[in-house]
Design a protein around this ligand. Structure first.
Ligand SMILES: [Zn+2]
Length: 246
């Protein structure tokens, strides 16, 4: 194969790799951010459940104080009975005590309901906590791996850049400039393979005579439509089949 063409193909391969690695470098921080967002969601979920427990604890305390107050009231009303003079007043007081006791019963039932809810909320919180710890560990591991990947990818790019420099040294500067122009014009693809007579850059059907010459890979040819450098890569399977049928 023509040495310069060979160098151009290798340069294109390296630039393609560098480009895809750079894209990877752009994507990884977004992925890390996604993991951080997930972590925050988990924290929020935990906070919500925790708030429920705290609220129920508060309600329980308030209810207990309320019940204590009612009990005090009953005690005081009962103390009053000794000071009562008439039967009428006595009946009225008994009636009042009865009403307050009914209220006490109702509030004690309410307290039981709160205690039940509190118990359930605590159970849910405990389950979530265990789940959160496992998920956080997993997210943390994924994040660390991505951070490591950033370093590895950056290093790979550096190595490819070195290789790239060596390749450029082998190319005449006009050819390299032409390559760079084509790279800019065609968004990263300056050297295209011709497959079954078709330019893989712009999908033009290459004229037969040009195709024959390109297949020799002896000189540098351009696609008549997109201007890219063209090369032919022999299909090993096809060649073998042809040898076998001959
Ligand atoms: Zn083309």
């Amino acid at each position: 194969m023509n040495g310069e063409l060979d160098t151009l193909i290798k340069l294109q391969e390296i630039d393609f790799l560098i480009l895809s690695l750079k894209q990877k470098l752009e994507i990884i921080p977004l992925e890390i951010k996604n993991f951080e967002k997930k972590m925050q969601e988990i924290d929020r979920q935990f906070e919500n459940e925790n708030k429920k427990v705290i609220n129920l604890e508060k309600k329980r305390k308030e209810k207990e104080i309320e019940i204590e107050d009612i009990n005090d009231k009953i005690k005081k009303l009962k103390e009053k009975t000794s000071q009562i003079k008439t039967n009428k007043e006595y009946q009225a007081l008994l009636k009042e005590i009865e009403l307050v006791q009914e209220n006490l019963k109702k509030e004690e039932e309410n307290l039981l309901l709160i205690l039940y809810d509190l118990d359930e909320a605590k159970k849910v919180l405990k389950e979530i906590k265990a789940d959160i710890d496992a998920r956080k560990r997993e997210i943390e591991d994924n994040k660390k791996q991505l951070e490591k990947e950033i370093d590895i990818t950056a290093q790979q790019i550096e190595e490819l850049k070195k290789e790239r420099k060596e390749l450029i040294n082998k190319l005449p500067s006009e050819l390299y400039e032409e390559y760079i122009e084509l790279m800019k014009k065609h968004k990263g693809l300056a050297v295209a393979q011709v497959k079954n007579s078709v330019c893989q850059g712009c999908f033009l059907h290459i004229p037969p005579q040009l195709y024959v010459e390109i297949k020799l890979n002896q000189s540098i040819y351009h696609c008549p439509q997109c201007g890219r450098f063209l090369y032919y890569k022999p299909d090993k399977k096809l060649e073998q089949a042809q040898v076998q049928t001959q």
